[in-house]
Unconditional design. Structure first.
Lengths: 115, 115
């Protein structure tokens, strides 16, 4: 049981480049989400999805796109990377809403540096 | 809107000493409360949660937290810490009803256990 798998673990981009952070889970979780973690800021929600074909914005969505074509995958796209997007990104999933409370399982993280 | 305040950004302690990591929250509705732990270079893992019932909740590795509704607190305690408890600890809150998908995280407390 792999849980939540994120790729790549590390990435360096130049300003203006695009890339996709991949997230896959094998737990048949309905809910998937992306957070960014910055020093002294805790975790901030970027986008989330409550099922295939359904996505919505979190508190810091600007500069990021998502889609959810399957239950298993929830990629995060940066269309034109900016230095402000240098961060550690975490994908997290859960059985919510069927479980009542949103108890998240996190991936190991993807560290992105934008030069 | 909810908010979480972790009162200490860093807590250094010696091995076998007791520790308390403080968490206060603000919400106009009933809440679920969580503590997550992040070991170095890893993703977050659920440590314990309060959903309902007994206000004292425990983890398998000796941590406990008590939900105090009147003081809007959910402090994390351990009577005797180990070197292996060195990690960053995040308190999180969500609504207990309605659209309770959204977790609001605190900024984290770095616990460093010294020999």
């Amino acid at each position: 049981n792999a849980g939540v798998t994120q790729t790549p673990k590390f990435q360096v981009l130049k300003t203006g480049q695009s890339m996709t952070l991949q997230c896959a889970q094998d737990m048949n979780h309905e809910y998937m989400s992306w957070y960014r973690q910055d020093p002294g800021m805790g975790l901030r929600l970027i986008h989330y999805s409550v099922g295939a074909g359904i996505t919505d914005q979190g508190e810091v969505p600007n500069g990021y796109n998502v889609s959810r074509s399957t239950t298993e995958d929830f990629p995060l796209r940066l269309l034109s990377a900016a230095p402000s997007q240098t961060s550690v990104y975490f994908c997290a999933s859960s059985y919510y809403p069927s479980s009542g409370a949103n108890v998240l399982t996190f991936g190991a993280g993807s560290r992105l540096t934008v030069l | 809107a909810q908010s979480v305040t972790q009162l200490d950004s860093q807590v250094p302690v010696f091995e076998e000493a007791p520790v308390e990591l403080r968490c206060n929250y603000s919400s106009s509705v009933s809440v679920y409360l969580f503590w997550y732990v992040q070991y170095p270079n890893q993703g977050l893992q659920l440590l314990l949660k309060y959903l309902s019932g007994s206000t004292l909740v425990e983890s398998i590795n000796g941590f406990e937290a008590e939900f105090n509704k009147s003081q809007t607190s959910f402090h994390l305690r351990k009577p005797s810490v180990h070197i292996s408890d060195t990690a960053e600890y995040f308190c999180a809150v969500s609504n207990s009803g309605g659209s309770n998908y959204k977790l609001t995280f605190g900024k984290g407390t770095l616990l460093t256990v010294n020999p």
